[in-house]
Each structure stands twice: as C-alpha cells, then as structure tokens.
Design a protein around this ligand. Sequence first.
Ligand SMILES: [Fe+2]
Length: 401
Amino acid sequence: MTGLNFKLLRPEVRQDSAIGAEIHLPEGMSVLDLDRLTESDKHTLQQALFENQVVVIKNQKGIDPTVLPKLAGVFDPTTSNIHSAGEKAVSDPKNILSAYKAGRIPRAPQVGIIGSGRFRDYEGLDELEVIHLDHTMFHETPLDEDKLSEGYTRPYRWHMDTPFYERLPGQVTVLHSVRVPNLPDQKLHFPEGQHKGIAAGATAFFSGARAFSLLTPEEKEFALNTTVTYAPQAYEYIRHCKGSDDGLTIARWGREVPVDKLSPWTWDNVAEHPMVWRNPMNPDRPFLQVHGCCVYKLTTRNPETGESSVIDDVEEVRKIVYNMQKKIYAPENIYAHRWEEGDVVIFHNRGVMHSITGQLSRYRDDEDKKRILWQCTMTSKTPPQPFRENPGVNGSGFVRS
Ligand SMILES: [Fe+2]
C-alpha cells in the first residue's frame, strides 16, 4: 500500500516562487479521511506544506465541511478551533469582511463561504449572497475600461489571514473550491512591463522566505532586529484608504480613521510581531512576514549596543516596508492558484502573503460564472516566533505593556 505522498508542481508553474506541491492521498482513499491517515502520512503532509507553503489535494468534491477545521488542526496543535474573524459571520459595517458578505456554514462555523453570486438553499442557508470585491474597492487608481476589456486584473491586497487585533494568525488556511466561474484567463501587469496570465479568480501567493532572500544584507540585518506594531483596529484604521496598483501598500497618506475615532481598543490587544518569523517545522529559513497596509510602528534594536530606535511616522513606516517587499512583485515570484472544482488548498499563513485577484463581479448573475469557495482559518494560541533571538524583538504577539 502506498501512503500519502506529494510531488512538487511543475517547474514552469513554480518558476522562482518556491511555492506549490500536489498531495496524493494514500492508495484507496479518494476523499480525505483524517481518521485513516497514519502518523507518517500526517508527517508527510506537514512536510509538504511547510517546505512548499501551498499544497493542493485535487478532486475533493463532496468533502464534509467539518473536515476542514480538523485538517487545519494537523498543522497547529494549539489551534483555538475558532475562525480568525470571530465565532460568527461579520456584520459590522466597519469591518472589511462585511463587504464580502462572507457567510458561515451552519454545521461548521469555522468555515466561511466566499465567492460571487446569489444562491438559494445552500448548506442550510435559505439565501446566500457573496460578493467578489474588485479593483474599484481597493485601488487608488482603478483599472480603466480599456484595461478591463483586455482582461487585466490585479492583486487586491496582499495579506495574512489575521485581524491584527485580539487574535493571533493561524498557522494555515484551508480553502475548498466548490464552484469555479467559467471565464477566460485574465492577466497581471508588472512594473517592469511584464505580464502573467492567470485564471480568473486565481488566489495569488508569494513566499515570505523568497521575499527575505531578495533583501540586501543591510535590509536583512534591519529586518531581523525589528518588531512591527500594527495599527490599533488595523483594518478599521485603513478602511477608507486605497491601495497601490500592486496591492502591497496604501497609495497615499490621509484617509486613516483617527485612532480616537476607532471602535474601543486597548494597546494590549494590538498585534505586534517580529518582522522576520521562524517557522518551527522549517526552522532554518527566515520568513519576511509583514502586512504592508496595516503597519503602524517599527522598533529596531541593535543587538550589539542594545539600543532601540523607533519609527512611528506611519507614512514613513509604510515606505520602508514597501521598499523591502516590492522586490517580490515579479511574475516569476508569484504563484497564482488556478482553481478547479474540488480542489482543497492548504496554505501556510505564516509563510506566505496572499491576495484575491480577478474581475468576477460584473458577471455575478450569470449562472455559470458564479463562484463558491470555502475558507477555514483559525486563530492560534501560539504567537509567531522571531527568527533571531534578540531581546528587543517581541515574540509575544501583542504590544507589551
Ligand atoms: Fe485571505
């Protein structure tokens, strides 16, 4: 009997992204059954994920939604079993997630439903309407009609799945594609003039390890010694801000919600993470993991002198992070998952940044152009660890009082 095994995606698909493997379930298992996986199968699954950051299991149509949180648990023994966005679907209009109208599956509340279109009688929900947000919502300069008719799309906002407030990022996110829109490929445009053809609605990823490897020696040293403080109520703080074309940063200063006008918050719930993370299952590789839109303050401690310096001009903080991260935005560094119905994709939320792409909303009423994707991301109890042991780098997850 052959146990669970994996194969790297083809080199023309991986390019230089250092991302992507396909999982083959043990012989005789067509739909994932965690109870039938051996310890060695689970170990191989972890190895595939933590080495390749994104893994796909094909043809999982009919998988039970309650399997997704259990699958996420395989990669995080300290998972809380609560969705990172909270126990219930988000309806607060101040929260970005409410704009997607993301629902939850009643029999698996850790699993959100995202997509595009209106559905009746779906998974115990009488009516479900999900919205695929697009460039008009996110970008300072939306794509013009010419670009749209040529099939261009953009990464909307590179992020990790975490609110940066009160809850810690999960180790992994599990996605399952139930329905894929039947649309021609779209394409991304890059600053050097290159293009990359991607499937409509592809989820795009880049590796934090690859991003770190592109830094200069001085930037690496700075990053290893730096703690990032995120904005209080980070997503509410930037809710009126629009992003740069590449989705990595905020295009211009000035639309932030003043901190005294935010929903009630306290410093001890504000997220603070090392700029460079050590991932326990892959301990030798430094991951640059920073959310360039939600950053607020950088604290850098010189390991030799012990002196700390603080940059708390938010505009300046964004610029510094952007100059480090923008190097990754090239076609060969991006893995854009081409969804097929039945795919289960697991991604290492602490090892990649990801983004929605695709212009789907204009087709939302066409029956064959609707989309349904299940998403399970659960807050962890273990904070991300700093790659370098430096007493000045905070690995507690939140601002220390
Ligand atoms: Fe996400």
